[in-house]
Write a new protein. Sequence first.
Length: 373
Amino acid sequence: MELLEYSHITGNKRVNKSDFSKRRSLLPSWYIKCLHRDITRRIYGMSSPARWNGHLLLAGDGTTYSLPNTDTIKKIYLDGRKTGKGEQALARGVVLKDVLNDIVVSSGMECYGRDEIALLMDELESLPEEISSWDPVIVLDRKFCAYTLICKMMRLRLNFIIRVKERFNAEVDRFIKSGKKQADIVLRPASTTVKKLNRLYGPDDYRSFKVRLVRMSGSVVVMTSVTDVSLLSDGKDVYHARWDDETTIGFMKNNLQVEVFSGISPRSLLQDFYSKTIIYNILSLLVSQAAELRHDKKPRRINRNVALGILKLNILTIIPASSVTNNTNLDQVLKEISCFSIPVIENRHNPRVFRKIKHSGKYMTLTNYARAI
């Protein structure tokens, strides 16, 4: 049905499914990941992105993806699994998002046996120069509170804001119990951790790390390498900006249906995954541009679910063949998207829903709306 819809939009004759499968087998999965990287480089190389005190604000988070439960997929993606005895094929993933500009700058999906910290370090190492030149700050949850990641970010000259966890360090525990608002401390890892860091990153002095601890609220304490600006301003704290990354993962799973794949080969899975990351960024740019066409002053935002449905119907006609082409179709799509908006509700909070891992490839929604695609 997807190929039939494609044929109707393009006006070509019906595409044969077997021919399509043979053609896509010639396209390496890493090519689409590189395409996403190149698109992202163009975005940040040709514009002046929104920043927080001169820094890009990048939020990172991990997730688990359910995969087609075939023997081949299970053999690849369950290799090294250390938790549980389930037989469902799963993948470990990370998403690194520019929360102020609503752009997924990097994402990954790999074997379930790899931990999220290692996946995030891979993505940070490959950040394009066009992004790292904007002096990014990486905002992370407490599951990423580890010396290996802190050391890696310092070596990459990346600033960070990480929520600390109890029993991570004696100095941190004393600060949590003290009730202080902030303090500059020196982290001193254990000798076994120092040996591990020497083994991972080569000989160096890993005996101490200078960081600042900041109490964002009664129970939330973060450590950061940012010491020249306040993390709290106008009653808002920068740490909670990372929640936008979690909602992005939810949008990709529920709206873009990233766990519903068009093939069952390992190559098809990665092609679909990275393609939908590109689609997310295209949608984000369209929504941002369409919002500028609205002239009312009411606190409303573009309905992203409807915008996604409009994008699917028009994506092949709004991408011009040349960068200098006057694309009237794009203007019409932007105007149409701008007509659909929903009210902005401040301080809205919904309880987080935890779902069971699916044991089939069928789509399962957790939302109360009819999806647009």
